[in-house]
Structures are given as C-alpha cells and as structure tokens.
Ligand binder design. Structure first.
Ligand code: PEP
Ligand code: MG
Length: 540
C-alpha cells in the first residue's frame, strides 16, 4: 500500500481501478513540400473542421457544465482565428516549405512557451490551450479520429490517471466511465479542475504518480488530496464507511435541495454559507445555501504578496455577487492580525496578538487600506446583493467611524459617477463588550452576526489557538449561550436581524436551541448547509 499526496481540485472519495489515459500522441515529422499554396489550403480546411468540432464540444459542455464553464471552447475557437497564430503557420509553410503538421506543431510550441513565461496566471493557463488546439488540427491533418482516450469496449468506470488533461479531453470523456481524475501535472485553477468540479467528479492534480499504475486498485480521497495505491483490506473497509456516509449526505442533498429552510411552525431561517474566496462559491450553490453569510475577505490579502488592489478586490467581490445571482453576499471586511499574519503589513510583534492590533482596529488606524476595500465593495454592490460586515467591534465609536468612512467612499464614488447598490451594513458580535452594548449597537446597523469562535475565546479568556486548552474551550458554555440570547433580544428590540456565523452555528445539537432563542440566520460551511436544514425542518 502506498499513499501519494497531490493537490485536491475537487473533493469526494472513490475506490476503483486505475486506467492510464492514453492519448495517441501524433509524432509530427518535418517533410518538404513543393506547393505552399496547396499546403496552406490543407491547413485551412483542417482549421475549419477543428472549429466545427470545437463548436460541437461547446454545445455539449453548455448542456453538461453550463455556459460559463463551456466558454473555454469558445476561447479555443477564437484562438484558431488569431491572426498571429495563422500568420506564423502561413509564414512557416511559405518560407520553409514545410508540411502543415510541422508548421502547426512548431507554432503551437512557440506560443505555449511565450504564454508559460508570462507573469499573469490566466495567460500561463493559455499555454495548455494553445497546445490543445494545435494537437487537434494536427490530428485532423493526419486523419486521426477524435477519441476519448478510454477504450470503448470497457464497461466499467475508472480512476482516470494522466500526465495532464486538456479541457477538451476532460469534457469528451464519457462521464459514466470516470470515477475520478488524477493528473501528475496541472493546477487547481486550471479549466480542467474547474470542469471536474462542475462535473462533480473527485479530482487530484500535481500528484507524483509513477508510470506503472494502469490496472491497479486505488482509493482517491479528494477531500484530503491523496491517492492510496493497492490499499489494504482495512483501508478499503474504512473508506467504504466514509463512502456510505458521503452517499447518505448526497441523498439528503437530493431530498432537501430546493426546499425552504422552515421550522414546523413556519418560521423561515436564513441558511447561508461561509466562504474564503471565489472558488468556494461552487460548493455554496451545490449545497443550496440561500446566500453567503460570511466571506472572509482577508484570504484575498493572505494569498497575495502585496496589498490587493481595488480592482483585484472589486473583481473578486463582483464575481461572487454575480455567481450568487441576487442572493445575499455578506462580505466581512479585512480581519487580519492575531493568528492571521501578513508580512507586507509589517505588523509589530505583540505580547498578546489575540488582544492586539487586528481587524477593525487596523482598518481604522490605516484608513487608506480600509477605504480601498470599501470602494471595491461598494463598486461590486452594483452587480448583486452585497452586505458589508465589520469584525471585532468592541465600541460604539468604532461602528460610527466605520460608517463615516463608508459614507465618504459612497460620496466619492457618486462624484466620480460610479454606480453602487443598496448595501446592508452590519457588524460581527464577537467581543463581550459588543454583547453588553448590543442594545445601542443595534440602533447603528442593519444586522448582527455572532462570531462564536472569538466570542468564546474572549468570554472564557481562552486562546482559541492553544490546543492544550481545548477541554476548556467550550462554545456551549452557559456564559456564551446567555450572550447569544442577549444579542438576539437586543437585535429584535431594535427591529434588526441576528445570525451566527461562527462554527457553533453548524453544531446540529444546538440548532433547536438557536431556533428557540429566536435566531434569524445561520451561516455554516457549505457541506453543513443541508444537515442543518434537515435539523431545522424537524424543529417546532
Ligand atoms: C468567529 O470569530 O466566530 C468568526 C466567524 O470569525 P473568524 O473565525 O474568522 O475569526
Ligand atoms: Mg472572529
């Protein structure tokens, strides 16, 4: 039994036989031609056939993975109409008097190396695409059929292993024959990974597998990003148990998808999901959350080597708002400091970082950073239903100051003629001070979202990072529960709503208690949406 770690592109567990994806690589030979005009016409015909095939693939992909994900095949068609690409092929045929296959292969390689040298991640990804379209044209020129790489007489489904898979190869695979994808190369942001996610197929990329894996039994664990070759009986039994649980969850999903989250007595609870970035939205939609209750925007900063620009942030927020198509998207403003340190912020070392320079404290102290984020948020609000939420509030003046800065930003945008939408403005309740002031804070904002992770830490005076204190860190502590009740009551007295976005919100042993307390919203990890909905449906 050998365990090999890769990078998870899409979660899920499968047990099955490996099939090495074999694509007939065309060996392209350089041959001398005598009639350049006739050779270019041969290329032109092959190019037209390739565009027709890609249009067919686009139609297939629209049906299977939706318009947005299918768009890559439109990009491929456009690449085959690119003047630089066509000029290069033509020039090579005419000046070097070489065959079209060779001219296309060389052009494809040249363009791919230019793309892969670029700094821009999006352009880097195009290297694989230009190779893909070039191979398609070469196959047509050489009269090789477009096949799915899995032999057609096989009845079973396989774990498909390949060095890399181009998007066109991925979409062409017969889905009923694929249990999982595992590639030796590839990135989690590639279109192939995106397609795997939308096709709902567990996928690993960047997995250093040897060449001799064809026909071997394996477990692919897309949740933890590993493949286990030749698993022992015990391992298979434990994974079968996990598979059974996963299947039950999927059945639950099918049964509960599309249903409203209402208690037996008819109270509707807003059941939202927590995300860390754009890539998590697919899971939110898949699990049928009614909105996003916590977008931890600091991940945009953590993934970057320098301050993300207004436009970079705007694009991320806009994408999420558009993908959620009018459903609520609550974006929490920057919450760094404490356990989330970022080098380029140059934060001083602190004796007690959890009690230190973090979240809204940094934002108010360095308003230029905060205003950049607020501008991006308000600009994105023109594209969907965005709400802003401020973390780590302890005092009234902090809320007032944050609102003042938000007003300044709105005025600036108005003066610049930049559109923005209606934006709910809320705060997180995660300090005991905010709980005690909840009555007054409620008059200032549109909603409260209780951050039980920090509220437990600050109420019980327990560092949430310290594993030694795990037995003391009790989110069910009566002090915490009383605080939650106080916050809900204060919110309702002021006519605003209150939710929970900390981990406790997903604790199904507490769901009934929260409903009885009068909670209006729960925001949980995407995978917990349906289990929590299931619980709420059974509550009076
Ligand atoms: C919380 O504190 O409960 C919370 C949701 O925020 P974070 O876990 O990101 O601090
Ligand atoms: Mg918190």
């Amino acid at each position: 039994m050998i365990t090999i770690n890769g990078k998870a592109a899409f979660g899920g567990i499968v047990i099955g036989k490996i099939k090495e994806f074999s694509k007939e690589k065309n060996v392209v030979r350089r041959t001398k031609i005598t009639d350049a005009k006739a050779e270019y016409t041969r290329f032109e015909n092959a190019r037209e056939t390739a565009i027709e095939q890609l249009a067919g693939l686009y139609e297939k992909a629209v049906k299977e993975v939706g318009e947005t994900n299918a768009a890559i095949f439109e990009v491929h068609q456009m690449m085959l109409e690119d003047d630089d690409y066509l000029d290069s092929v033509k020039n090579m045929i005419e000046t070097q008097m070489v065959n079209a296959e060779f001219a296309v292969a060389t052009t494809g390689d040249n363009f791919a190396s230019i793309f892969s040298e670029m700094d821009d991640e999006y352009m880097k990804e195009r290297a694989a695409d230009v190779k893909d379209i070039s191979e398609r044209v070469i196959r047509i020129l050489s009269g090789v059929e477009d096949s799915d790489g899995l032999s057609s007489d096989e009845e079973d489904a396989f774990i498909v292993v390949a060095d890399d898979l181009a998007p066109s190869e991925t979409i062409q695979l017969d889905r009923s024959k694929v249990l999982a994808f595992v590639t030796r190369k590839g990135s989690t942001n590639s279109h192939t990974a995106i397609l795997a996610r939308t096709m709902n197929i567990p996928a690993l990329v960047c997995t250093p597998l040897d060449k001799d894996v064809d026909g071997r039994i394996a477990v692919v664990d897309g949740n933890s990003g590993k493949i286990i070759l030749d698993p022992e009986e015990e391992t298979i039994v434990s994974y079968e148990k996990l598979l059974k649980e996963e299947r039950e969850r999927k059945e639950l999903l099918l049964r509960l998808k599309g249903q409203k989250t209402v208690t037996k007595s008819g109270k509707e609870i807003k059941l939202y999901a927590n995300i860390g970035g754009v890539k998590d939205v697919a899971a939110v939609l898949q699990n049928d959350a009614a909105g996003i209750g916590l977008f931890r925007s600091e991940f945009l900063y953590l993934q970057s080597d320098t301050y993300p620009t207004e436009n970079e942030q705007f694009n991320a927020y806009k994408t999420v708002a558009e993908m959620m198509a009018g459903k609520k998207v609550i974006i929490r403003t920057l919450d760094i400091g404490a356990d989330k340190q970022i080098d380029y912020f140059n934060l001083d070392k602190e004796e007690n970082p959890a009690l230190g320079y973090r979240a809204v404290r940094i934002c108010l102290d360095r308003p230029e950073i905060f205003k950049t984020q607020l501008r991006a948020l308000y600009r994105a609000s023109a594209y969907g239903n965005i709400a802003i939420m401020i973390p780590m509030i302890a005092s009234l003046w902090e809320v007032r100051k944050a609102k003042e800065l938000a007003e300044t930003v709105k005025e600036e945008l108005k003066a610049e003629g930049i559109a923005y939408g209606e934006v709910e403005f809320g705060i997180m309740i995660e300090t005991p001070a905010a709980v005690m002031l909840a009555d007054e804070l409620a008059k200032e904002v549109d909603f409260f979202s209780i951050g039980t992770n920090d509220l437990t830490q600050y109420t019980l005076a327990i560092d949430r990072q310290n594993e030694k204190l795990d037995v003391f860190y009790d989110a069910h502590h009566p002090a915490v529960l009383r605080m939650i009740q106080m916050v809900i009551d204060s919110a309702h007295r002021a006519g605003i709503w209150a939710g929970i976005c900390g981990e406790l919100g997903a604790d199904t042993t507490m769901t009934e208690t929260f409903v009885q307390m009068g909670i209006d919203e729960l925001s949980v990890s995407p995978a917990m949406v349906l289990p929590v909905r299931n619980k709420i449906l059974g509550v009076e």
